[in-house]
Design a protein around this ligand. Structure first.
Ligand SMILES: [Zn+2]
Length: 293
């Protein structure tokens, strides 16, 4: 069920200014162009994703594909998107948007893209979407969770996975994709961490989190003091907890006993945990730069 905020009196900007467009990355620009040219002024229209793809020249069909989840075959400005019939609804929507990204951005480079699950899980680094798969993923996120509709909602309440989940229901996107996009628009110092088999696989920070110099070590084992560790080991549910920053953050400019708010949810189908970290208090140590001399 899709729930729209009843008291939502947010005014969505229909278009971003030219100056704003110039600041956006290539994938974001391409998604904005699609929304503008199709005159999508209501986020509910994004539910008609196959119609959007069709309007842009791509026909969606289902057929088993050996070794891949989705494929696009491009001839001129038109394409046929083929999806594996076994994928879930969210995965299906993301795959359509991802393949449409190839048509919008890469039709002059390649006439066929065969996209595996790992291609669609490849988000690149925070600043750089350096290859075509990462660009198509960034396009899919920007199309399904458009900055004009999604951005204004991200600061309505304190950061929490529950809030991210509500946004994901609203936009009919996966929790992970929504959480990733959330870090781009949330004004608080937050990070989203995906850990699998007990190790940190990737993380994404908000601008404010990054400005504090806070960093999480990828490939490190989960700290036994973290909630994520308990969730991973025992499948327990703890709504949120204030814990020592050292359970998550690499050494840096933090006061002794500084705390961070953690919320972790099990994603048992992937043997994974999704974590939201929030630096709620001032944790910096004024003497830090003197002490490292
Ligand atoms: Zn692809």
């Amino acid at each position: 069920m899709l729930i729209w905020w009843k008291n939502s009196n947010i005014s969505y900007p229909n278009r971003i200014s030219l100056e704003g467009i110039l600041r956006l990355g290539r994938s974001e620009q391409a998604a904005e162009r699609v929304l503008d040219e199709l005159n999508i002024v209501d986020p509910k229209d994004l539910r008609l994703l196959e119609e959007i793809a069709y309007e842009r020249g791509a026909l969606v069909r289902e057929k088993f594909i050996e070794g891949a989840e989705a494929r696009i075959t491009i001839v001129g400005s038109r394409g046929i998107i083929t999806l594996s019939p076994e994928i879930s609804n969210h995965r299906r929507r993301f795959s359509i948007a991802h393949e449409l990204g190839h048509l919008e951005m890469h039709s002059n480079v390649s006439s066929q893209s065969l996209c595996t699950k790992s291609d669609m899980d490849d988000w690149g680094t925070e600043q750089v979407n350096s290859n075509r798969e990462q660009e198509a993923n960034a396009f899919a996120a920007a199309l399904l969770l458009p900055r004009r509709f999604f951005g204004p909602l991200c600061n309505h309440t304190d950061p929490s996975l529950k809030f991210v989940q509500a946004l994901s229901l609203r936009f009919d996107t996966s929790l992970t994709a929504t959480a990733l996009r959330y870090t781009q628009f949330c004004d608080e110092a937050i990070a989203v961490v995906f850990s699998q088999n007990g190790s940190v696989k990737w993380f994404r920070r908000s601008k404010e989190f990054e400005e504090l110099g806070a960093f999480i070590q990828v490939r490190s084992r989960l700290d036994p003091d973290s909630v994520a560790y308990l969730v991973y080991r025992g499948g327990v549910t703890i709504e949120r907890k204030r814990i020592d920053v050292t359970a998550w953050l690499a050494p840096g400019n933090y006061r002794e006993n500084a705390k961070i708010v953690e919320q972790s949810w099990s994603m048992s189908a992937y043997n994974a945990v999704l974590t939201l970290l929030w630096i709620e208090d001032d944790i910096s140590d004024d003497n830090y730069f003197w002490s490292i001399k």
